[in-house]
Design a protein around this ligand. Structure first.
Ligand SMILES: [Zn+2]
Length: 461
């Protein structure tokens, strides 16, 4: 395992997906000046679940830099697996924050991967629908999104079985709606055949895995009944395909179990089944009374009947059988790396001793530009904690309308790539372009077997 300190993502990097206005707002808003910008707070949904806090933009730069930098490492074949547990903020939209997510590091990392990969698969096992990522790639076949989530009177309200993508993206969005109480056995029995079919039909050359831990049993906001082993089984299964893998964090609100889960999964990716007894450490008191790595499922009822799950599986397999095997697209002019791979420093000593986060924060605070003051009252948007059915319905309608906007932003970023003509020509063209695009060095010719870890501390926050 190698540990890296990510280069910070710049505002310009972020506008590869997000609107200039929204990123400029994130860059300049602070708890001290936010009262002068009520209209913009509302417009960009920075209230309730997405409050403004000290160091907000720097936080976004760090976790986004980890994911995008990880994608650059994979593009250059520096490693075959990258982890950024600080990333995975799947709800953020082109023009607004949503569900604790401000900048969508996943969309930005996938856009980076598309510079060197023809088809990228996105898998999301957070308990919430991966709406921001699905929306961004809803009309393209270059990215397939697969989300397993609780559906029905639950944030964000999207992710219906019948939402399968549009235009060229039809059948390239896969939604697996689930009910309360799903256990390891039922979840894995659905996950594996769905993903086996996806891998067979789509044959991605890179996989992004959002490993949200709020699908675990006992989560403060969740309602599933997965153990850490069941959750990790999904990740282990995806590793067996031998495709370059970018593993990201996500939700998780019973913090001690989030730490347990991502520790266990880091071990899985490195081929170690970690001992159940936790070693004594500074945080031991958080893990009592068991002081164990694994957690036991509860006795809650599994509301997903075998008939229901079989129906969902049948429909998804039917949809997947409609896509042409291995769609390919040409690469046109491949843009340069978002982040200079040489700027991603391997951490040899204590990363907190180096500059970076604090310096960037200081620079931001001294920036002479300011947001225009304004007046007007805030009109609260639905919160993910208490969204009523009506609010969810409104939310869903809004997302459908916005789908085009988010998707258009991504299409522009991909150039004409989404409009491939002859698949045969496209494949050849892509291969050539791909070769040119990759600056393959000696190390890259023999990708390391170990997992490269994008370390991400949180600066001075
Ligand atoms: Zn979540």
């Amino acid at each position: 395992m190698k540990v890296f300190r990510p280069a910070l993502a710049s505002a310009e990097d972020m506008t590869k997906f997000h609107s200039d206005e929204y990123i400029e707002f994130l860059r300049l808003i602070t708890p001290d000046n936010q009262h002068e910008h009520m209209r913009q707070l509302k417009r960009f949904n920075c209230a309730e679940d997405c409050p403004v806090f000290d160091g907000l933009f720097n936080f976004c730069q760090i976790y986004t830099g980890g994911s995008v930098g990880g994608a650059v490492q994979l593009n250059h074949k520096k490693t075959d697996t990258v982890i950024n547990w600080a990333g995975g903020l799947h709800h953020a939209k082109k023009n607004e924050a949503s569900g604790f997510c401000y900048v969508n590091d996943i969309v930005l990392a996938i856009l980076e991967l598309l510079k060197a990969h023809q088809r990228v698969l996105y898998i999301d096992i957070d308990i919430h629908h991966g709406d921001g990522v699905e929306e961004a790639f809803y009309t393209t076949d270059r990215v397939m999104t697969v989300s397993f989530h609780k559906f029905g009177e639950y944030f964000p309200g999207t992710g219906h079985l019948q939402d399968v993508g549009q235009h060229r993206g039809k059948y390239y969005s896969v939604n697996v709606p689930l009910k309360d109480g799903i256990d390891d056995e039922a979840y894995v029995a659905l996950f594996k055949p769905v993903m086996a079919k996806v891998m067979e039909m789509y044959q991605p050359d890179a996989v992004v895995f959002q490993s949200g831990a709020d699908s675990l049993t006992g989560d403060r906001l969740g309602c599933f009944n997965l153990s850490i082993r069941g959750h990790g089984e999904c990740l282990k299964y995806m590793q067996t395909f031998g495709v370059p893998l970018l593993v990201l964090g996500g939700g998780g609100y019973t913090i001690r179990n989030v730490a347990r889960c991502w520790t266990y999964e880091t071990g899985c990716l490195l081929g170690h089944d970690l001992e159940n007894k936790l070693p004594v450490n500074d945080y031991s008191e958080y893990f009592g009374p068991t002081h164990e790595l694994q957690i036991a499922p509860s006795n809650m009822e599994n509301q997903n009947t075998p008939e229901y799950l079989q129906g969902v599986l049948n429909k998804i397999l039917e949809n997947l059988s409609k896509i042409p095997p291995k769609p390919s697209v040409p690469f046109h002019d491949v843009p340069p790396d978002a982040i200079d791979p040489d700027s991603i420093g391997r951490v040899k000593e204590d990363p907190d001793q180096k500059g970076g986060g604090a310096e960037a924060e200081a620079a931001r605070r001294s920036d002479p530009r300011e947001l225009e003051p304004e007046d007007g009252d805030r009109d609260d948007k639905p919160s993910r904690h208490d969204a009523s059915a009506k609010e969810e319905a409104d939310g869903e309608k809004k997302v459908k309308e916005e789908k085009v906007e988010g998707a258009e932003a991504v299409k522009a970023e991909l150039g004409d790539a989404a409009d491939a003509k002859d698949p045969e020509d496209a494949a050849d063209e892509a291969q050539d372009a791909g070769k040119d695009a990759m600056d393959v060095d000696e190390e890259a010719k023999s990708p390391g077997k170990g997992a490269g870890i994008m370390a991400s501390d949180h600066g001075d926050q």
